[in-house]
Design a protein around this ligand. Structure first.
Ligand code: PXP
Length: 246
């Protein structure tokens, strides 16, 4: 069964809506851990629109499970990550005008800078993952650049409208997992996964980890974070591929 990383950015977004000190994403992380999260994911954006430096520092001090920092390759953020030393850094593209991270990193285009960032993070013992689209070109470029893992953008599946589009997106993901695994990468998935759509992706053999944020935090408004995380874990477990198919 794949591990569940809970993205707590949205909790900080609610706090920032009033520029106050609640709800605290650090509390959310502790609650997620109590609900069975295998990891906590946060994105320290250059514009600090949700998670800020104080949150990042406290998360590093308090999170007892895997801590995954989503980050751009901007020099300031790379410097912070090297000091913070989360368990894992997931390199993502970042645009000011987007609502959330849209699409994947172009590993080939930014190869030189990315290779440098991977080396710096490896030097301080951080596992490095690339958030990419599930296409062979980017997977191969990620392996060649020295990434340990890739997180495949599952938005193509999540946004699919018809049954045919869903099928096609699932087979794209499935082939991408195979390609990544064969290239020696640990394969993760994330973006747009919800209680309604996670089952079919959870059933794809080979995924090691899913990072899920918006849907879990949304449900948490009604049932609390612990229960919301517990329910998502149950879905991942119920729909996990059998050992034989992995
Ligand atoms: N993975 C990455 C790399 C992301 O940028 C995000 C969104 O912040 C997620 C996973 C979680 O996506 P969602 O909030 O749609 O579950």
């Amino acid at each position: 069964m794949a591990l569940l990383g809970v993205n707590i950015d949205l909790v900080a977004t609610v706090r920032q809506a009033r520029a106050t000190d609640e709800p605290d994403p650090v509390w959310a992380a502790a609650e997620a851990e109590l609900g069975g999260a295998d990891g906590i994911t946060f994105h320290l954006r250059e514009d600090r629109r949700h998670v800020n430096d104080r949150d990042a520092r406290l998360l590093r001090q308090t999170v007892g499970v895997k801590l995954n920092m989503e980050m751009s390759i901007a020099p300031e953020i790379v410097g912070i990550a090297c000091e913070l030393t989360p368990t894992q850094a997931t390199l993502v593209p970042e645009r000011r005008e987007e609502l959330t991270t849209e699409g994947g990193l172009d590993v080939r285009e930014h190869r030189e800078r990315i290779t440098e960032v991977i080396a710096r993070l490896h030097d301080v013992g951080v596992i490095v993952s690339a958030f990419i689209e599930p296409v062979p070109d980017q997977i191969e470029a990620s392996a060649a650049a020295g990434f340990d893992a890739v997180e495949l953008w599952t938005g193509g599946y999540a946004h699919a409208k018809s049954a045919a589009e869903v099928e096609s997106a699932l087979s794209t993901l499935s082939r991408a997992v195979e390609t990544g695994t064969r290239a020696g990468l640990e394969v993760h998935g994330g973006h747009g996964l919800t209680y309604r759509n996670v089952a079919q992706v959870a059933a794809v053999p080979g995924f090691i980890e899913f990072n899920i944020g918006h849907s879990i935090v949304s449900r948490a408004m009604f049932v609390g974070i612990r229960e919301a995380v517990r329910s998502m874990k149950q879905l991942l477990e119920r729909h996990a591929p059998s050992e034989m198919s992995v």
